[in-house]
Design a protein around this ligand. Structure first.
Ligand SMILES: NC(=O)c1ccc[n+]([C@@H]2O[C@H](COP(=O)([O-])OP(=O)(O)OC[C@H]3O[C@@H](n4cnc5c(N)ncnc54)[C@H](O)[C@@H]3O)[C@@H](O)[C@H]2O)c1
Ligand SMILES: [Mg+2]
Ligand SMILES: [Zn+2]
Length: 276
């Protein structure tokens, strides 16, 4: 199967193509969605911080206009990336997720972290460059482990105070320097619920552009301990029977995939497919 969306570094001096506009309020959209004819979009009254050529959708070039702030465009509105993730065309969400990560990186790397001078966009490469320091900055990706811990028919799910009311999810956390994926997983489960795990199995990965996580998904079996929730981070954690699950995370998340796969295996149902 050929992919509808491929990333590329495109020359912004070339005319034409589609463009998306991103401000701190989210992406601009109208009745046709979030992709606009680029020449039309550039004629609107937008405070453009940077423009990046980001890839091809169905063979057509796509550009990002990263804006300082949002402005009123007749017939259009602004909407956050999360709303695009929850609803609508998955390929468009992938385009916007990539655009958001490039936009965040471009916004946060306008100045050199070493000497503080303005950085420049490197032609034909996704990098910002400081000439005096000979320093290149590339888009940041933050590896995060996510794990479903199970004990027979039971799955360990937890709530962060940040979650939607009632929703329970798998445990997750960012890798620290010096850790392997497995080290991180074992540490995060210990820190968040004081549980020990064994038989760690890699299940798959997912880009999570909020703002730049790369989720590495695992399954692990319970090996010991009683649940003790980490203060401030974990509001509640429980063993849930696969027949009596609480409200779960969004269907496009890898958290949901890890739960759905295990439930399908226990109940002998067909396994779901991880959304790319
Ligand atoms: N796609 C999914 O299904 C899914 C599900 C759960 C969590 N997630 C994501 O996984 C990531 C990690 O989960 P978490 O919030 O439980 O993390 P966590 O348990 O490591 O705790 C969050 C804390 O980590 C620190 N932190 C923030 N950004 C960091 C970074 N880039 N590197 C290192 N430390 C950082 C902060 O102190 C923050 O309060 C988040 O981006 C979250 O949105 C995705
Ligand atoms: Mg966590
Ligand atoms: Zn510098």
């Amino acid at each position: 199967m050929t992919s509808r969306w491929t990333t590329a570094v495109l020359d912004t001096d070339q005319p034409g193509g589609w463009a998306v506009a991103r401000s701190p309020e989210g992406f601009l959209f109208d009745d046709n969605g979030a992709l606009f004819p680029r020449e039309w979009l550039k004629r609107q009254d937008l405070s453009v911080l940077a423009e990046h050529g980001i890839g091809h959708l169905d063979g057509e070039p796509v550009y990002l206009l990263e804006l300082r702030s949002h402005s009123d465009v007749p017939g259009c509105n602004w909407k956050g990336l999360r709303a695009f993730m929850l609803d609508g065309d998955h390929t468009v969400y992938k385009v916007l997720g990539y655009a958001a990560q490039i936009g965040t990186w471009a916004r946060e790397h306008r100045f050199c972290g070493n000497c503080g001078q303005a950085m420049i966009q490197v032609p034909r490469e996704r990098a910002m460059y400081c000439e005096p320091c000979d320093l290149r900055s590339y888009p940041r990706i933050s590896p995060s482990m996510i794990v479903l811990v199970t004990r027979g028919d039971e799955v360990l799910l937890a709530r962060s105070p940040r979650f939607v009311t009632g929703v329970y999810s798998t445990l997750a956390g960012f890798a620290e320097p010096g850790e392997s994926a497995e080290d991180c997983l074992i540490r995060e489960v210990r820190e968040e619920v004081q549980i020990e795990v064994k038989n760690i199995q890699y299940m798959g990965s997912q880009c999570w552009p909020f703002p730049h996580s790369m989720m590495l998904g695992f399954h692990a079996e319970y090996a010991g301990g009683e649940i003790v929730c980490q203060e401030d981070e974990i509001e509640d954690a429980q063993w849930f029977n696969v027949h009596e699950l609480p409200p779960l995370p969004a269907s496009r998340s890898i958290a949901r995939y890890l739960i759905d796969v295990y439930v399908a295996r226990r109940l002998g149902h067909a396994e779901p497919v991880l959304p790319g």
